[in-house]
Design a protein around this ligand. Structure first.
Ligand SMILES: [Zn+2]
Length: 340
């Protein structure tokens, strides 16, 4: 029996694996990121990598769930069932990436994380839906495939979702930032306003279908914005932009690049933007465009400072008011981005 299991038998616990404690401590250095959506997403990115979930395809996750017959989403899973399913997942990952995946460590850490997120009462059980929401939110998949998958878990057999069902999904999703102490930024633990917002968006129909849910998610509702931002954080990791930061002079800019819509040829790097540094004459509330992937063929057009550079290849992911601190923030990334 694993340490985690022993702790649960005595019901005394809040036992973290030493590596998990180390990871949580390491997240503290991200607390200087001023904007909550980025801060949360960067913490989740680090967690995702530590759990090797950035290597896990959605289809492989589904295969493991099927293999363990985890179809009834409202059913509880005990520790042993969680360990068994995670072992299947990580054994397969080890076959594909043998030098990157330490199966016993990954199983322990992922179990530890899932219990911290979904078993706050330390009952030794989580629901199948919670297991799926946790693993799928952090796996490697197209963002909209995750949305479709998660919607399907709570939808009726005919593919519709009422307010109660959507509430279940949003509740389990919001537990992920909650566990990092970040829930206040995403509307708090009460998901009612978010459910209402979705159904208002659907003209108060009693039930919504997947397409409508996706349309709503594309607006990046406050309770869920950490998930698309996680995908952009991942995309930005390898981005190198042929531009110079107007503040720290970094050139090329690595990571996110922010470009002023008010000042011509004004770029800021990720670390200056996150720490809230501004150059003389430029205010934080001025609108900025976020790029998480480098501009290629569109660069010339962009640099002519026109705003009609949005073409088929680029999409506007969001217009956001991050905590009301930053002005309208438009972000661009290539279509159908998946974790590289
Ligand atoms: Zn800079």
């Amino acid at each position: 029996m694993r340490e985690q299991g022993r702790g649960h038998e005595t019901q005394t616990t809040c036992w973290d694996h030493p590596k998990m404690t180390e990871l949580y401590q390491s997240l503290a250095d991200l607390n200087n990121v001023r904007f909550s959506a980025y801060r949360t997403a960067m913490k989740l990115r680090r967690l995702q990598k530590a759990l090797c979930l950035d290597l896990l395809n959605l289809s492989a996750a589904c295969d493991a769930l099927d293999q363990h017959n985890l179809k009834q989403n409202d059913q509880p899973m005990d520790i042993l069932q969680i360990i068994n399913c995670l072992t299947t997942i990580y054994d397969r990952l080890e076959q594909e990436h043998n030098n990157l995946v330490n199966v016993p460590l990954c199983v322990d850490m992922c179990l530890n994380w899932l219990l911290n997120v979904y078993d706050t009462g330390r009952t030794g059980r989580i629901r199948v839906l919670s297991f799926k929401t946790g693993v799928v939110s952090l796996c490697k998949a197209h963002l909209e495939d995750k949305y479709r998958y998660l919607f399907k878990q709570v939808a009726s057999s005919t593919g519709f979702c009422d307010q109660r069902r959507l509430g279940l999904l949003l509740h389990d999703s919001i537990q992920i930032p909650r566990q990092l102490g970040e829930v206040a930024s995403f509307g708090g633990s009460n998901i009612e306003p978010s459910v209402r917002s979705c159904f208002q968006f659907a003209n108060n129909k009693p039930e919504i279908e997947a397409a409508l849910f996706l349309d709503w998610m594309r607006l990046e509702p406050q309770s869920m914005v950490w998930l698309p931002v996680l995908h952009r954080v991942a995309a930005a990791e390898t981005a190198k932009h042929q531009a110079k930061c107007n503040i720290c002079k970094e050139c090329p800019i690595i990571g996110f690049r922010y470009r002023s819509l008010k000042h011509f040829n004004y770029d800021i790097c990720q670390s200056c933007f996150f720490s809230g540094r501004v150059a003389k004459g430029h205010k934080m509330h001025y609108p900025m465009v976020e790029y998480c992937t480098p501009l290629r063929q569109h660069r010339e057009v962009l640099q002519s400072s026109k705003l009609d550079f949005i073409s088929e290849d680029w999409k506007s992911c969001s217009v956001q008011h991050m905590n009301g601190v930053v002005g309208p923030l438009v972000s661009f990334m290539e279509k159908d981005f998946t974790f590289a």
